[in-house]
Design a protein around this ligand. Sequence first.
Ligand SMILES: Cc1cc2nc3c(=O)[nH]c(=O)nc-3n(C[C@H](O)[C@H](O)[C@H](O)COP(=O)(O)OP(=O)(O)OC[C@H]3O[C@@H](n4cnc5c(N)ncnc54)[C@H](O)[C@@H]3O)c2cc1C
Length: 442
Amino acid sequence: MGMNDASISKAAVIGGGVSGIAAAYYLQKNGVPVDLYESLPGIGGRIGSDYMNGRPLDYGGKNIGLKYERFREFVKDLGGLDFEYFGFNTSQVINGRVSAFTKENERLYNILRVLSLAGLTGSIKLVPLLNAVRRDPSLGFLNTPYFNAIADRYDQRSLASFVPDKCAKYLLRPVTVRMNGAEPGECFPGNFGSNIALLLDSYEQLREGMQVMLDRFRLFSSSVTFLTGHHVSKVEAAEDVTRVFYTDGSDRLSSGYKVVIVTLPAIQASGLFRESLPDVASLLASVLYNPVAVALVAYHENVFTDMQRAMVFDQTSPLSNAGAYGVGDLDLVRYTFSGKAARKVVTDTADPKEVVALGEKIIEPYFHIRKNRRREYIYKYISPGLCAYSPFHHRLLERLDEYSGKYSGLYFTGDYRRGASLEACFRASAETVNCAMKRCFR
Ligand SMILES: Cc1cc2nc3c(=O)[nH]c(=O)nc-3n(C[C@H](O)[C@H](O)[C@H](O)COP(=O)(O)OP(=O)(O)OC[C@H]3O[C@@H](n4cnc5c(N)ncnc54)[C@H](O)[C@@H]3O)c2cc1C
């Protein structure tokens, strides 16, 4: 095995998804050269675009909140990109009736609907949490004193037992299935602040898709060496050097660094430490991830109307959500399969064509599908897909920091640190880089 310690004054970032990109971006801002390891041929991870008739379409994370401060600053630094309005428009079948819920609706109507679904007990539990995040948006990320106290008090039971059934089913489920790929029974009250942040924001998307942003980032990052096609198999921390073991497609190699920032989903990060730090590996392995499948399907005629652009489905349906790709794309459907029922049917071996047909069958009673011919589609099965964290999650993070804190050169960040939104990934990486800078480079 080849060894190379020439990179000792550099930092290594493991993973080229949004968390790794953000870590490399902040390191570069601090004047630290970076080796960025990514096992796939391109960067992006769970964001990125595929092309349909030359148009880039995002299969992964794409909606950017108006409150995403760090992410927007990053885009500005890249030279700026055009955003387009996405809004918040969905409907739901409740007791056989379609009920619309949109940010474009009357505010009072929305509030009354939420209160009626929450019921008195649900409202008593949820309104204080909502108000807390509204007053202090920093509570919309994981691991804050306010929500850690909620976790300590309530996380021995799930979010489903925190509120009445109707409230969990119709109000919380659409949010947890979308953000965490999980049922309310698989999520925990102490982590719900990050879901509330999602509810309180309004959304845009990049007009030309995420791929353009990824390409810009590569051009922008003069002090980042992009080691794509480099799969990391192991990381070993010692007092003054942290060693990264990897293959570049043919050879097995290793390099030593002053600082290594691991940005992989916890479940994948776990695999790098099985031999060197088994306690860290088992902690990371206990963070929950759920798969998600996304199909983008173009039709000859409009499927949706201006007033009804999306629908969420209940826990019996493998299709969790179907919506127009953009405000002006009423003929382009984004089908999302996540949640418990989806996991049974939409597996890694499922035939994309059958999955698309399943989605169509489910939305057919509500939208113009039956005599509407399909033009083209893109399909992606993503696993690990959506992070659902863990009960008493702050304790897990604290223990992780205790273990890794023994080594000045080893850091962990990712979607399980501050939350799974793109903004939360940026925030977590910024904090991690700050910490590494203080300990190692100043
Ligand atoms: C379908 C979907 C829709 C979403 N929608 C939104 C949204 O609208 N808005 C929003 O804010 N968020 C959204 N999210 C969440 C957000 O996209 C993710 O939380 C975020 O992209 C995760 O980025 P990451 O860098 O932490 O992880 P990843 O994107 O998973 O990056 C990890 C990277 O590491 C690489 N890697 C793995 N193992 C190794 C190894 N051993 N060696 C080297 N490289 C390795 C992987 O190939 C990958 O590129 C969505 C997520 C999904 C899946």
